[in-house]
Design a protein around this ligand. Sequence first.
Ligand SMILES: *[C@@H]1O[C@H](CO)[C@@H](O)[C@H](O)[C@H]1NC(C)=O
Ligand SMILES: *[C@@H]1O[C@H](CO)[C@@H](O)[C@H](O)[C@H]1NC(C)=O
Ligand SMILES: [Zn+2]
Length: 637
Amino acid sequence: MAGVAVLALLATLALQCGQGQEVLVGREVVESSARRFVEEAEKELMNQCTRTMQAAWNYQTDLTTHHRTLLVNEQDTFKRMQEESRQEAGRWRSVDYLFTDSDLKDRLDKMSVIGLPELPSPSMTSYRRVLSDMTHIYTSASVCSRYRPSRCSLTPHSGLNELMSTSRDPEELSQLWESWRDRTKTIRHSYRAFVVLANRAVQGFNFRHKGDMNYVEYGAGDLMEQLQEAWEQLQPLYLQLHAYVRRKLREEYGSQLVTERGPLPAHLLGNIWGQEWPLAYLLPRPDLPPLDVTPEMVRQGMTPRAIFEIADDFFVSLGLERAPPSFWRTSLLQEPEDRSVVCSASTWDFCDGKDFRVKQCTKVTQDDFVSAHHEMAHLQYFRQYRHLPYLYRKGANPGFHEAIGLAVGLSVATPRHFRRMGLIRAGEEPGYLSQINTLMHLALRQLPFMPFARVMDLWREGVFNGTTHEKDWNCAWWDLRVSVQGIKPPDVRTEKDFDPGAKYQIAADSSYTRYFVAFVLQFQIYKSLCMAAGEYDPKDKRKSLHECDFYLSPAAGNILRSVMKLGASKPWEEVVEVLTEGRETGLNATAMREYYKPLEEWLTRDNLRHGEYVGWRPDGEYCLYKKPLRYSRCSVG
Ligand SMILES: *[C@@H]1O[C@H](CO)[C@@H](O)[C@H](O)[C@H]1NC(C)=O
Ligand SMILES: *[C@@H]1O[C@H](CO)[C@@H](O)[C@H](O)[C@H]1NC(C)=O
Ligand SMILES: [Zn+2]
């Protein structure tokens, strides 16, 4: 072994010196040059990251073309720099078996894939063109309602989903559903070129296909199996929800349209993709108003700034750090009147270990109250790992940051927390049915999403790895939609359609896995913090997970701190072990099931009482696979 190592070493050094002469250098010297490379590259990347974030902030908080140009320049420089570091790191990795420092190896590993999932890199022009063709088709698509000519230029985020969730006219709904797919189906032609180019691009980095690269940031674990297992854990709950929703839809639309044992018609679900079912009439008690502390917030004269101070206090109550004075000076906490800004809430790490900000056009509402805490959770995470080397200053995996924000949101949105904050009075807590209503409201937004995200992942995986042939792309999509989600199209689809392309993340090829991961993880985090706070005990029947608030618990804070300060310096599965004090070793949907347990019990009873069939069976043909062409020649004479 040693002999081989020395040979390789000599070869490398000889190459580097550009001469054949033997130079005898110890492995320590090579290792320390590698370390110097990593440290210097990290410093350069960090500086450019700061410049890029500053340009992005300037643009997003003042949308001018000048700011945009500056941003694009910084982004291009950053991408180029990442590409160079990636290549150089790749060269060092070819001798990393010489190194004894495992941290150095890990950082070289991370650097050798840095920025890769955000391809296109500047050197792949044709890839970039195809990708931008697809997103262009998607973002310029819009539809009209044939039945309401006043409703036109609808897009999912501008009117279309709203109409899908408010109209009860099945004709209108199926027309909207189909039009949106007609407008986006030409993406199919570019997608063909895209798959070829994407696979070719990543093979240069030793991935078998683009599908494998999509998971690179999750490390070497068995992510695919974990995703599948988590989904299987959730299935029993999903099946109960599915059966209940089918009965409600059947009552609304009749059993002609919604058969007793069939999949759900996709156009009736209140969302153009059927990924959430936000329909008020699906609540057990649509007449019961949801808990809303907005009027009380307004009555108390809360301001956006005050909301963020309260959110900051939340983390201080856990024994975590207060936001620094610079945060309050530099953040943008309400919409300015003199310029246009990107209003969606976000938290910013300027990569210098000092500058952290929030941008949120805060309104004095319950939603924004919860979202302020969510953003401040991101801020804590950034600050807790600010001392780590640049390459480790990230969430433990691509879903972790969001999961922590969501877990904090779960705690903050409980009646218990609102009472502690003086926003509802004792005795005003919602009763049992009202709690079921609230759980259902959340479940209709979260549970259908889980199998949908599975469909997205499975379909792409099959396409990238070549098991799903191009001629079957659309029908393979529907096979998954039917078998995993229990959803069917309003009409028979064909291979002239391209229904996956009706979803932005397919058209723009961005990852969807992280949302699935974040949804499952948020409950793992929430449960652990609740157990640490003594607010939840799976064996104590009097305590329900969904009622827990871990506010004021330094024990919960300690766990949160030990998780956050690891950043991405350890495989994320180990971070989950730290989080759960060894109980869990990866993605695990047990906590999510426990959270929804009261609802699952309610649904099971309700389905039994109505004699509902739980599950689904095919009740027709959903997609016509292309038959082999039969040539019937006209025989002339
Ligand atoms: C390709 O992807 C599909 C869908 O995830 C999977 O079932 C199949 O096993 C994969 N095949 C290969 C060769 O990786
Ligand atoms: C999932 O979590 C539960 C509860 O913490 C635990 O009992 C179970 O062993 C975990 N499953 C796996 C596969 O880790
Ligand atoms: Zn977030």
